[in-house]
Design a protein around this ligand. Sequence first.
Ligand code: NAP
Length: 308
Amino acid sequence: MSDFNLGLVGVGKIVRDQHLPAIAATQSCNLIATADPHASLADLPAYQGLEAMLDAHPEITAVAICTPTHLRYSQARAALMRGKHVLLEKPPGATLSEVEDLIACAKKQGVSLFAAWHSRFAPGVAQAQQWLEERQVQRVEIEWKEDVRVWHPGQAWIWQPGGMGVFDPGINALSIATAILPQPFFLQQARLLVPSNAQTPIAAKLSFTDPTGAEIEADFDFRQSGPPTWDMHIETDEGCLSLTKGGCRLVINDEVIIETEEREYQGLYARFAELIANRRSEVDVAPLRQVADAFLYGHRETTDAFVE
Ligand code: NAP
């Protein structure tokens, strides 16, 4: 596979936790430089912004945009207009309209745009999708709960418009559900609990249905203490499938099919390399559309102020 030279935009938690080890494991990816107003990485050229990084390193052929979501569009567009391939951290944008414009822009420029739904690369997802393909889903229960103070320390942007609050992790569950469920599903009801000092929910309960009448219930909560719960249980006409631990454990009718450690970002970079090599784009807005629907149609209730 042909090599690509990467610039990282935003050097925060997800870059340090996930992108760096995955890049190191991707032979065809050469990390050239970073752009971040304050943060940098040892032994790597660092710039305060995307344009400065691209000006200094014309050899960069691709960028990964890992900044807070409200910055995604302007940075991605600037990179696309300079003929760079672009990996968008999830969510791919703050609004659906801006993502549509990025798709058009990438097409016009003849470069690859990749909306990287990392949870879809969890070990059990592909097999869950295959097993469910032929079955009639009757009921789905999704529980996606984590401690915001552990997983998003100091991230004030998450409480601002575009930050999505609990939908920042919740969209990971929706990225899996939209990939593995054999039918499209639609929001029926949503209850969004918003802290009195925030613009985005700290918890959300969602009820969906599909064209066959299956019930899909999702419970997202940032107020979890202790280990996270990232589970979904799917009842079908031929038994039960459980995808738990964020997709690392797959159980079908009480038989453990997959139980392994998480390595989503290696798969994600391998896909980006493949897309670049084939000059293709992959941008599925289905998870973002579900979140937009929840904001459009949900009941909003005010709850206690959030104190970090
Ligand atoms: P983060 O820790 O806040 O990191 C974001 C970084 O971007 C910070 O270093 C920030 O600097 C920097 N930044 C701000 N403005 C910038 C600009 N104009 N140009 C370049 N860099 C800029 O956030 P994160 O957790 O890494 O999340 C980043 C994105 O990845 C989010 O969209 C999130 O949804 C997604 N993601 C996060 C996780 C997770 O578990 N944390 C998992 C998967 C995906 P300052 O702090 O100085 O503003």
